[in-house]
Each structure stands twice: as C-alpha cells, then as structure tokens.
Design a protein around this ligand. Structure first.
Ligand SMILES: Nc1ncnc2c1ncn2[C@@H]1O[C@H](COP(=O)(O)OP(=O)(O)OP(=O)(O)O)[C@@H](O)[C@H]1O
Ligand SMILES: [Mg+2]
Length: 214
C-alpha cells in the first residue's frame, strides 16, 4: 500500500499542497485531476522522491520512504515527453533498466525482446526510437517501465502529446497491461474521460487539497 500522510509544500509563498492524505491499495489505479499549476506533477514527484515535502511523509508497505532516494524506491515514472534514450535502439531502451539492476546484457536483451513482442513492437527492436511514431514511443516507454517490475507506476499525462484516437486506443491498452502486471498506479491527467476509463478512484487537487471525485 502506498500512503501519503500530511504532505505539505509551499511555492512562492503560496500553499501548493496543504495536508494532503491519500491511501492507494496494492494493484489499484487511481487518477489525479486538477487545473494546470495545481500541483499534480509536484505531488507525483514527491511520491517518486524527486521533490521533498516541507512536512509530512510518504509510506510504502508500512515503511517510511520519505528520505529514500528515487532509485531505491523501486517506482517507475513515465512522463508525456517519452524520455527514451535517443542514442539507443528500441531493444536497448527497454533492456536498460534490467542491465542497471545488474542483469547480464544478453539475458536482459532476450527479456526485452520478449516484452516488445508481447507489446506488438518486435519488428521495431532494432529501430532508433526517434523513427517511431508518438504512440509507438509511448508503448516502448511503458514496456521499459514495466519490465523492471516496479512496485508502483507513476504516469504524468502519458498521452497528452497524442491525438484523440490514439489516446483512446492507448488508454485501453495501458489499462490491460497495468492490470496484467497487478501494478499499483497513479495517473495524472487533465482528462476526466481518461481518468474514468482507467482509474478505480479519482481525486481533484484544488487549492492544495485533494477532493475525492469517485
Ligand atoms: N521546484 C518546484 N517545486 C514546487 N513548485 C514548483 C517548482 N517549480 C515550479 N513550481 C510551481 O508549482 C506550481 C505547480 O506545478 P505543477 O507542475 O505541480 O502543476 P501541475 O498541476 O502538474 O500543472 P500541469 O497540469 O500544467 O502539468 C506551478 O505554479 C509551478 O510554477
Ligand atoms: Mg504537470
């Protein structure tokens, strides 16, 4: 279980988050909505360990992880601007996290290829990532995030750079994959329809507070 306890943070003398509390069960996908600038990305970065709260704590499975650096949290992050490595081909992008975890390269590549095939991207394994379409790049990014079997998946507007039709298609696909992996996920989005399609529960961030929508 992922838990946020009394998180607070100011920015520019303005309370960005004030006493935010949230509990997310294992295997659950929740959505975080809210206007631009309301602090959604900041909240996600606190969960990831990229931003520190001024007060409050982040807990995972009964442990206080507030002071734990991002790489020790075992969470995977995915942003709208893909953030794949442009100098690597698709296969090496997906294998990267496994090699970082100490897996031997040939084993990591074999697993990455298997994952790409499952995602319908096997034919693109040797392609440079910048030759892929936006939707394909997001699929590669998800494959790369899931292959390391993270403890939670943090998605910050993962589809906002894509057109409406592709967004809808990827929404369904991502949902299936996240469910398949039994993953705990937080989806930050502007789009309530997207949130309804993907998340069991949702909150809006307004004036530094979370209001439950469903
Ligand atoms: N390092 C920082 N830490 C905290 N807040 C910051 C930082 N840098 C900028 N801010 C400000 O905090 C506010 C919230 O930013 P944040 O990116 O969390 O909003 P958001 O809800 O994700 O918005 P969007 O929907 O546009 O992505 C903004 O006004 C932003 O300018
Ligand atoms: Mg944001």
């Amino acid at each position: 279980m992922l838990e946020l306890r009394h998180l607070s943070k100011q920015w520019d003398h303005r309370p960005l988050l004030s006493d935010v509390n949230l509990r997310i069960d294992a295997g659950e996908t929740v959505a975080l909505l809210g206007a631009s600038g309301s602090g959604k990305s900041t909240l996600l970065k606190m969960v990831a360990g990229l931003e520190m709260p001024e007060s409050g704590s982040v807990w995972f499975d009964g442990k206080d992880i507030t002071a734990l650096p991002p790489e020790q949290r075992g969470f995977a992050l995915m942003f709208q601007d893909f953030a794949l490595f442009p100098h690597l081909d698709v296969l090496h992008n997906v294998a990267f996290g496994l090699v970082e975890q100490g897996m031997r390269k040939p084993v990591a590549r074999a697993q990455a290829l298997e994952m790409l095939e499952r995602f319908g991207l096997g034919g693109h394994a040797k392609a440079r990532v910048w030759t892929l379409s936006g939707g394909e790049q997001q699929r590669v990014a998800l494959a790369r995030a899931l292959i390391t079997q993270p403890r939670a998946l943090l998605l910050d507007e993962p589809f906002s750079a894509l057109d409406a039709q592709l967004r809808e298609q990827l929404r369904v696909e991502f949902c299936d994959r996240i469910r398949e992996a039994g993953m705990t996920a937080i989806l930050v989005t502007h789009d309530e329809t997207e949130a309804r399609a993907m998340a069991q529960r949702a909150w809006a961030l307004e004036a530094g507070q979370l209001k439950q929508l469903w």
